[in-house]
Structures are given as C-alpha cells and as structure tokens.
Design a protein around this ligand. Structure first.
Ligand code: DGL
Length: 272
C-alpha cells in the first residue's frame, strides 16, 4: 500500500520552510503543499485563542488540498494549539516532542537551552516534556521575540550586526548557565545556526526541529504504509497569505539549495 497524496505543511510564515527543506532532503519522493501565513506572522506574540483560530484555518486550508498528513512546522502552534489537530481526519505531526527527545539524548550535562517565541516559552511545552524524560535537567529558556522579524527580513548573514547583537543578548543566560544543548524552538531559527554557533562555540549541540520532525514523518508514513511510491519527481506547491518585497530572498535563504524559484500563490485564508 502507498499513498501518493501530498504532505501538508504550515507555519505562521516562511520559517516552516526549514522543516519543508528537511522533508525534501529525507523523503525526496514526497509531494508537499506548504502554506505560510505571512499576512498574519508572527503568531508567537499573540494570545492562545488567536493562535488556535489561525491554526484551525491553516489546517482547513491544507485539508482542502487533500493532503495525507498535516505538519505544524511552527513551534508556536505545536506548543499552544496542538489540540486543534484532535478533529483532523489525517495524521498530525508537530515539532516540539521530537526535538525534545533529540535534545534529551544529546545532552551530557543535563543543561538544555530553549530559544523560541514568547508564546512557545510561555506555554512551557518544551520544558515540561524535557523534565518528563529527564527530571534532573536544568532548562534555560529565552523568548527570542525579535528574531522572527529578523529572519523574515532576511537578515541572516554571518556578519549581520543586528542579528549578532540580538542573539548575543538572548543567548547570554544560556552561556552563563553552561548549556551543552540548545533547541532551536522556532522553525525560523535554523537559518541563524551559523551565527548561533559562532556565539556559543562548537561544543554546544544545536537541535533543529525540522530534522527531528522529518524523521518522525518518515516513521509515521512507514508504519501506516503511506509513503509515496511514485517514480516522478516530487511536486511542491507553495501558498502564502501575503507577499512582501523581501519574499523571494527570504524563501531563498530558508530553502537553501532546495529553492528552485518556485511560484508562490497568494490566498485569502480568512475567506476559506
Ligand atoms: N515559525 C514559528 C515558530 O516556530 C514562528 C513564530 C511566529 O510566528 O512568531 O514558532
């Protein structure tokens, strides 16, 4: 048995493309429908009810594309609104639990940092799950509110003074505490990895939620016999609720070598 329908992936904006990229890398046969809610980004500074309402609309949009699975490629939705998936007729994968497991296996000194949006940090989702798996862990959290707009603007170059200074401030408490593992708890952040590495040094393990999640997607599709068995190359469709000036260069940065100058269709998510 196989299922050649697409995997539906959504995020508050373009950051979820870092998860899409990992799916493209690990599962090159899988078709993907991506929705980025660029008209309403960021979610991470909004309240729980708003985030839940948006997540439900995003999920409904993907279902209208007959996807076989929905991936919340957004740390904020995964932390605050994962229960919106209880009513979905297809499997749902979020990004928090898999990255927590990866962090707990990676840490040696039990000191784990979490850099995420304020809604994600406020939900306590990562911390709670880490302590369930490793009760002796010391968890140091930082709400990197300014980092999402920095990434959406494309200010991610290794020498970008704004990104460097902002990250230095957010990471200071983690450096002081001596973390050996850092969860990039927002899907926008993997593109800041090189700067983070420069600040933290090579000894700290960075957990990219996209990598951990792609492995979970593979396992889920394998177990249910739903991997794509097609021989054609995968089809990728991209939708967004707004397009900005910086759009193309940001997509380029986030998809890296997987960017093929894809067309992105604008949709009115409120009207669906
Ligand atoms: N990519 C989202 C996340 O992982 C972005 C944050 C936001 O919309 O604030 O949390």
């Amino acid at each position: 048995m196989a299922d050649n329908r697409a995997i539906g992936v959504f995020d508050s904006g373009l950051g979820g493309l870092t998860v899409a990229r990992e799916i493209m890398k690990l599962l090159p046969r899988e078709n993907i429908v991506y929705f980025g809610d660029t008209g309403r980004v960021p979610y991470g500074t909004k309240g729980r009810d708003t985030i839940r309402k948006y997540a439900l609309q995003d999920e409904r949009f993907l279902l209208s594309h007959d996807v076989k699975m929905i991936v919340a490629a957004c740390g904020t939705v995964s932390s605050v609104a994962a229960d919106t998936a209880e009513v979905l007729p297809v499997p749902f994968i979020e990004v928090v639990s898999h990255s927590v497991r990866a962090a707990v296996s990676a840490t040696k000194n039990g000191k784990i940092g979490i850099l995420a949006t304020s809604a994600t940090i406020g939900s306590g989702a990562h911390k709670r799950q880490i302590l369930e798996l490793l009760p002796s862990a010391q968890v140091i959290e930082s709400a990197g509110t300014l980092l999402v707009p920095i990434v959406e603007e494309g200010w991610t170059a290794l020498d970008d003074a704004v990104a460097i200074e902002t990250l230095r401030r957010y990471l200071k408490p983690m450096i002081d505490a001596g973390i050996d593992t850092l969860i990039l708890g927002c899907t926008h952040f993997p593109v800041l990895s090189s700067i983070i590495r420069k600040i933290l040094g090579e000894t700290v393990t960075l957990i990219n939620m996209g990598e951990a999640t792609a492995l979970a997607i593979e396992k889920c599709l394998e177990q249910s016999g739903s991997l794509n068995d097609g021989t054609n190359s995968a089809q990728y469709k991209f939708y967004a609720s707004d397009k900005t000036e910086a759009f193309k260069s940001t997509v380029n940065i986030l998809l890296g070598s997987y960017n093929k100058d894809f067309e992105i269709e604008q949709v009115d998510i409120e009207k669906l």
